[in-house]
Design a protein around this ligand. Structure first.
Ligand code: NAD
Ligand code: UFG
Length: 337
């Protein structure tokens, strides 16, 4: 079975390529490299000892994407390609809607033209807005607070409408919680451009001395220690969830929606402590005002993924911090030499 991985050069995509290849799938990768490096593809080949085609192609270019489907007989698509920076999406909403939604519409039209009816889509816990209670279950009400989140919610709606119009489709929507860590080889990992927006890449850059200290955004939330609580999940566990989704759902028509998280909530200060332990480095921090739009706490009920995908997270917080530090310390400048 051959899977086209859009956004396969990126952080989660590259890890998923490894898990697909190790599970015996053939793959082809489509990416415009707008937020990634082609070197990640060499590293995937190094880890797995397997080869695959790469198409440097933009989902906004209908003709070029169509050519990929003409060249490759794919059985399904895992669709990671998209822009993901929340703050930037507030500054450039039209660009985010265009890239993420038009890109997805092109992909879906071409899939239908070529009778490729399986898709796994990268959604996010951001579609739950500020949840009414915790843990979060898939049928909670949906809302968003920024254009990035809205692109996810609208694409979910587009996929549901597509299935209504064409019952051949098998659509699996995975709502990720907070992916961190890296492959244990230290060859692939998260390589944010510029100053990181997210907590763990920021902590990792403080640990290697690239940034002086962490700003902790708020310590007055109604949480265990006042700082924000999230459900951090090892990127390899998240990647395995994609393989399970293909295995279990690709021949089951319908729209299947799963939370992919561990079910554990850790605070910012707990993350700082865990990372200090894993790295042996002190993480200096200062308490700062809340980041606008942040919610106090968010963690998953992932029972549905356990029951229907036979998927459960295997890695704990210590593993996530160890593997994140292994990547960062071996590649202080990410994929750049
Ligand atoms: P990433 O930026 O590392 O990977 C996305 C990839 O898509 C990049 O390689 C980028 O070059 C490519 N891309 C973007 N627009 C494209 C286009 N028009 N055509 C072709 N390629 C394009 O991000 P990631 O962390 O690996 O995230 C993957 C997916 O998961 C995204 O859709 C993201 O929104 C979603 N997601 C991520 C998180 C997270 O915290 N990392 C959480 C929830 C959901
Ligand atoms: N935080 C800090 N300092 C920082 C960065 C983050 O204190 O420099 C705090 C935040 O306030 C929050 C926690 O660390 O309490 C996690 O923040 P992240 O930015 O790492 O993650 P978010 O939960 O805010 O958002 C992430 C992705 C979104 C996605 C969401 C849910 O960035 O795209 O998870 O999946 F939608």
């Amino acid at each position: 079975m051959k899977i086209l991985v859009t956004g396969g050069a990126g952080y989660i995509g590259s890890h998923t390529c490894v898990e697909l290849l190790n599970s015996g799938y053939e793959i082809a990768v489509l990416d415009n490299l707008s937020n990634s490096s082609e070197k990640s593809l060499d590293r995937i080949k190094e880890i797995t000892g397997k080869d695959f085609e790469f198409y440097k192609c933009d989902l906004l270019d209908f003709e070029e994407v169509n050519k990929v489907f003409e060249a490759e007989q794919v059985d399904g698509v895992i669709h990671f390609a998209g822009l993901k920076a929340v703050g930037e999406s507030v500054q450039k909403p039209l660009w985010y809607y265009h890239n993420n939604i038009t890109g997805t519409l092109n992909l879906l039209k071409i899939m239908e033209m070529h009778k490729v009816y399986n898709i796994v889509f990268s959604s996010s816990a951001t579609v739950y807005g500020n949840p009414k209670s915790l843990p979060i279950v898939e049928d909670f009400p949906l809302s968003t607070t920024n254009p990035y989140g809205s692109t996810k919610l609208y694409i979910e709606g587009i996929l549901k409408d597509l299935f209504v119009s064409n019952n051949n489709f098998s659509v699996t929507i995975l709502r990720y919680f907070n992916p961190i860590g890296a492959h244990k080889s230290g060859l692939i990992g998260e390589d944010p451009k510029g100053i990181p927006n997210n907590l763990m890449p920021y902590i990792q850059q403080v640990a290697i001395g690239k940034l002086p200290q962490l700003s902790v955004f708020g310590n007055q939330y109604p949480t265990k220690d006042g700082t924000g609580v999230r459900d951090y999940i090892h990127v390899v566990d998240l990647s395995i969830a994609h393989v399970k989704a293909v295995e279990k759902k690709s021949d089951v028509a319908g729209v299947h929606i799963y939370n992919i998280g561990t079910g554990n909530g850790y605070s910012v200060l707990e993350m700082v402590k865990a990372f200090e332990k894993a790295s042996g480095k002190e993480i200096k921090y200062k308490i700062c005002p809340n980041r606008p739009g942040d919610i106090p706490a968010c963690f998953a009920d992932a029972t549905k993924a356990k029951n229907e995908l036979d998927w459960v997270a295997q890695y704990n917080l210590e593993d996530m911090c160890r593997d994140g530090w292994n990547w960062q310390s071996k590649n202080p400048n990410g994929y750049e030499e």
